[in-house]
Design a protein around this ligand. Sequence first.
Ligand code: NAP
Length: 299
Amino acid sequence: MLTGVQVVFLGGDARQLEIIQKLSELDSTVTLVGFDQLQNPFHGVQRQSLTPELLQQADALVLPAVGTDDKGRIHAIFTSDELMLTEEHMAALSSHCVLFTGMAKPYLSKLCDKHRITLVELFDRDDVAIYNSIPTAEGAVMMAIQHTDITLHGSECLVLGMGRTGFTLARTLFGLGANVRIGVRRNEHFARATEMGFKPFYVTDLAQYVTNIDLLFNTIPTMIVTAQVIAQMPNRAVLIDLASFPGGIDFRFAEKRGIKAMLAPGLPGIVAPKTAGRILAQSISQLLLEFTRNRGNGQ
Ligand code: NAP
């Protein structure tokens, strides 16, 4: 249990509600900032304004999926007030406070470094990334269905990258009956892809493998689908870039060629906010239990 552990939530979207629910069930003391427009308030959970005094008490601070923007603004859909995390707030945190977020921009990482606050970037964790790959793959399938006039069954699909997202997506497409080719760079991924029934190729040869595709899904976070590669594609191809901004597709050239190409960020939060919230809730609660056990508080 997390009895006596003070957790402050600063902003966020529907995913936060699952985390609040879970931490309340574990008996932590939860305070919400930036939730004044929430329709169904949680029982026994306080709402307050963001002040240094509030943060002094916190054992943990939970920020949204993207902690802050480059100026310290916190995304908060349940309030119309602007929420800013400032130097003064960080200075008020006690040294044992742990800050959780999905991913931190340099503004937040620098503040945490400066004030020696433990920063946990949940999307960096393998377990979270693997669980998140499930709603991501479902979201990618949704986008593919929306943007094509053929079934995925029997379609020529190309997945780039066999990491946590690429692997799940390739398996999902394969399960739907698509012909799946997967672009890898490691021999062991080539071997595993062969074993799984996908047709692997090395990404260095990408241009040779795009001449007959219906769909391309990129998970490689670097420029990989260049103008030279796009030049080899049929006009019907639809390109869905899952890699984080700016993605790995030359969108300018795709548009010039009249090929549909789109960046598809944040799919778990869009297609399955409840599941995405539960994934984060599970990870945060486990980590908080470990931290508090090591510190000797919580029960
Ligand atoms: P990951 O496990 O690190 O997988 C990335 C893959 O890209 C790995 O297979 C890696 O190969 C490969 N790769 C990286 N650089 C490469 C290069 N220069 N040439 C060839 N292959 C290269 O990451 P992930 O968790 O799957 O996430 C992939 C991307 O999707 C990230 O940008 C992540 O932020 C994003 N993402 C987006 C969503 C969404 O909703 N759109 C959701 C989750 C994640 P090696 O294994 O050989 O290193």
